[in-house]
Design a protein. Structure first.
Length: 153
């Protein structure tokens, strides 16, 4: 390992970690930790947390098939994993973020196919959905760019 690092430094082939990777990685980790918190509080039915959710949305969530609940949890876990892998400069961050996007798409298709409750058709709700998609796609794009630049190994 030391010989490889020394060789990389001597030949100038070592790619320094850009400061923006640390900023993006930490912000991504915080963002995904918030998603995990929401998932856990919702599925553990923490009274104070659930009280903030409209009843028709709770009914909608209660009707989720098991595969969707597991997929939702995996989606949150992959976001945290992708963030950690990004911070570790691992090329596997790309795969974690890509799989997260695939799971998000599957969840969205299911939810739209069964029909959303009234509380999930507001401009505020759709703004949040748009923000979640923008962040997920931006993180995937960022990880792809960092891999292409040789920052992720």
């Amino acid at each position: 390992m030391m010989a490889t690092r020394t060789h990389a430094l001597a030949t100038g082939s070592a790619t320094r970690t850009p400061v923006h990777l640390w900023v993006v990685g930490v912000l991504s980790l915080l963002w995904h930790a918030l998603g995990c918190y929401d998932y856990l509080m919702t599925n553990m039915r923490v009274e104070g947390y659930i009280a903030q959710i409209p009843p028709d949305m709770i009914d909608f969530l209660d009707a989720f098939p098991g595969w969707l609940v597991v997929g939702w949890g995996a989606e949150m876990g992959l976001g945290v994993l992708g963030s950690l892998l990004l911070l570790a400069r691992s090329r596997w961050a790309v795969y974690a973020f890509a799989l997260q996007v695939v799971l998000m798409a599957a969840s969205e298709v299911y939810q739209l196919s069964v029909g959303l409750p009234r509380s999930m058709t507001t401009p505020g709700y759709w703004s949040m959905v748009a923000l979640i998609w923008i962040v997920a796609l931006a993180l995937l794009s960022y990880a792809l760019r960092m891999r292409a630049r040789g920052v992720l190994h």
